[in-house]
Ligand binder design. Structure first.
Ligand code: ADP
Ligand code: MG
Ligand code: ZN
Length: 618
């Protein structure tokens, strides 16, 4: 694909010329007019004027604010008119009177009306011209002042040489599969509408920076062979209030004309931030809100009749988005574009290594092993850095040593952003996650362990253990809840057993375990000591379901103390259980942790075989 540049805008061109012309006129008017139409009367020093008065040579004087004009007597200067610049001189009237000079205060009218007119009319004209010029920069066209609304979207059209396809994206297989479906919608919408299926309107790509969200969106357009309107969220909201909403309207208008097509809104969070006034949103930003409302209206507005316009959007801060954006009929699909795992990194390296001349000794797998936490953009950068190093050292091909040096440089940069784990941290994360998995495998309640990963995920998690519920559950009994708490504590327990200390990495687990234990006591009435009473005030649901903590009922000091003790008891019990299970299965813990340090991810049959060996604690 290539960026299709708009034809040079003839309107802008004209306005630019007119602007220049007016500026020139203004300049000339100010410079020349006073000379042309103004007095061509010779100016003399004030002292000379006084001398002439004293010598009785002056016949008449007009005293003005800025000028004194006087006429010499006929017999002396043939009635010549001269002028001088007044100075603050209170003696002047007296002197003139003494010499019998005729004098008056009003200066003769200046024959300068054209200059005056121009100096009044030209500046506003220039101002208007500049205004117009900026308004039209957005796109030009016949709409004149309305052109403020012109969207700044770039339109990409097909061009086989530079077309981006799914082959250019690697390491994000799940996202690719999901988006392949979108491509189908765009290619043959009839197939879906014929059965009465509703084609999704909006797909939100979510993931850390540099993982290829923008690239994926372009690949969707490339695969489907449709036009691709690309604009960044921050470009909607600019300079003039009210621009954003108008731009959104215009963008959708243009897109509908080109349907089927894709609208891609990068950095959606720039306009889609929650209106609920979270941290960082001070005092309501009307402009952004209007833009967001317009976007929602447009997304609601286009229906099957409008042809297929699919809105793709990308964000790396989904948690800040307004819930209204995520409702059905808007961005109802979310696709996670996460950092690649080991094999994904190798694939991405393959893509970029194909573009440079590699030495014999280069081992892409080894490079992938050394670069956990790298996103696609980091890997593409890595290959380029290595090639630059080789070139700087006058070598013909890129060697493994170049790659190693490049890795060190990039890692140093990424470590500052705390996105890359060092060896020790990686080991701790491995044992921690395997701890969760082993306890989860044997405890009732929590679902089947489906995947263990130590690839840093999303924004905060360093690794994760994925549990899949085996069936839909609506009721959980006490043992299941206790099992879930034990599983949550399994990570910390593994750290205690292997390293004899705990890290900060378990804090989220502890939070969740404690919450669960507290709910067992205060909400579900599962405590024998406190009995079947609800000590919280129930959920006061607000519409968006963003309910915070349940406030407790007013309870006596004794009851509060008892609740705290019960909660502590439940959590501590679960902790002991987790420790017992892991001690019993210590060899398995070690061997799975070693394996995951190599492969980074364990799932499927391999994982089930390993977890099948877990023994209950004696
Ligand atoms: P994002 O939009 O998620 O921040 P980009 O799509 O802008 O990331 O990625 C920046 C560049 O990094 C891309 O142009 C591409 O060269 C490279 N890149 C990122 N992710 C991948 C990937 N999964 N496969 C191949 N290249 C990638
Ligand atoms: Mg991007
Ligand atoms: Zn954990």
């Amino acid at each position: 694909m290539s960026v299709q540049n708009k034809p040079p805008n003839s309107r802008n061109f004209q306005i630019g010329n007119i602007l220049l012309l007016l500026a020139g006129l203004f300049f000339l008017a100010n410079l020349l007019l006073p000379r042309l139409f103004g007095p061509s009367i010779p100016r003399v020093p004030y002292s000379l004027f006084i001398d002439q008065v004293e010598d009785s040579q002056v016949a008449q004087v007009y005293v003005g604010q800025e000028e004194i004009r006087y006429q010499l007597k006929d017999e002396i200067g043939e009635g010549q008119v001269l002028s001088t610049t007044p100075i603050f001189d209170l003696e002047l009237p007296k002197r003139l009177e003494e010499k019998g000079v005729e004098f008056a205060a009003a200066p003769p009218p200046k024959n300068n009306w054209i200059g005056t007119l121009l100096s009044w009319v030209v500046p506003p004209l220039i101002f208007v011209a500049i205004w117009q010029f900026f308004l039209n920069r957005g796109g030009g066209g016949p709409q004149g002042a309305l052109s403020i609304s012109k969207s700044k979207a770039k339109v990409y059209v097909q061009d086989d040489a530079t077309k981006i396809t799914f082959n250019d994206v690697a390491g994000v297989e799940e996202a690719k599969t999901e988006l392949a479906e979108i491509v189908e919608f765009l290619k043959s919408p009839e197939r879906f509408t014929a059965i009465g299926a509703r084609i999704p309107k909006g797909v939100l790509l979510v993931g850390p920076p540099g993982t290829g969200k923008t690239l994926m969106a372009k690949a969707v357009a490339g695969e489907a062979g449709v036009p691709f309107f690309s604009i960044s969220g921050s470009e909607f909201v600019e300079l003039f209030v009210g621009t954003g909403a108008a731009r959104v309207r215009d963008l959708f208008e243009q897109a509908k004309k080109k349907a089927p097509c894709i609208i891609f809104i990068d950095e959606l969070d720039a306009i889609g931030k929650s209106r609920a006034g979270g941290p960082g949103s001070f005092g309501g930003n009307d402009e952004r809100e209007q833009t967001l409302n317009q976007l929602l209206t447009e997304m609601d507005g286009f229906a099957a009749g409008d042809g297929t316009v699919i809105v793709l959007a990308a964000t790396n801060r989904p948690e800040t988005l307004d819930p209204a954006l995520l409702r059905p009929g808007r961005f109802d699909r979310q696709v996670l574009v996460d950092r690649p795992d080991l094999s994904g990194r190798e694939e991405i390296l393959n893509i970029y290594a194909g573009k440079v001349r590699l030495g014999e000794d280069v081992d892409l797998h080894a490079i992938a092993v050394r670069t956990p936490g790298f996103a696609g953009a980091d890997l593409s950068n890595l290959v380029n850095e290595a090639a630059l190093l080789a070139a700087r050292n006058q070598r013909e091909t890129v060697s493994q040593a170049d790659f190693n040096e490049a890795i060190e440089r990039i890692v140093a940069g990424l470590e500052k952003k705390s996105r890359v784990l060092n060896e020790k941290e990686k080991k701790i994360v491995a044992y921690h996650e395997v701890g969760h998995a082993l306890v989860g495998a044997i405890m009732p309640g929590s679902g089947k362990v489906a995947k263990i990963s130590i690839v840093p995920r999303g924004m905060a998690a360093l690794g994760y253990t994925l549990q899949m519920p085996t069936e839909d559950r609506f009721l959980m009994d006490e043992t299941e809840l206790r099992g879930e708490i034990a599983t949550l504590l399994g990570g910390r327990a593994a750290e205690e057993i292997i390293f004899g200390s705990v890290t900060t990495g378990a804090s989220n687990d502890l939070q969740r375990a404690t919450d669960l234990a507290e709910r067992m006591v205060t909400t579900y009435g599962m405590s024998k000591i406190l009995g079947p009473l609800a000590y919280d005030k129930g959920q006061q649901n607000n519409f968006l379901g963003s309910g915070g903590m349940n406030p407790r009922r007013m309870v006596s000091e004794n009851t509060a103390k008892a609740i705290d003790e019960e909660v502590k008891e439940i959590v501590e019990n679960a902790h002991q259980q987790a420790l017992a299970i892991l001690n019993q299965n210590r060899n398995l813990l070690e061997s799975i942790a070693k394996e995951i340090l190599e492969t980074e991810v364990i799932e499927g049959d391999t994982l089930q075989n390993l977890l099948g060996q877990v023994q209950a604690a004696v």
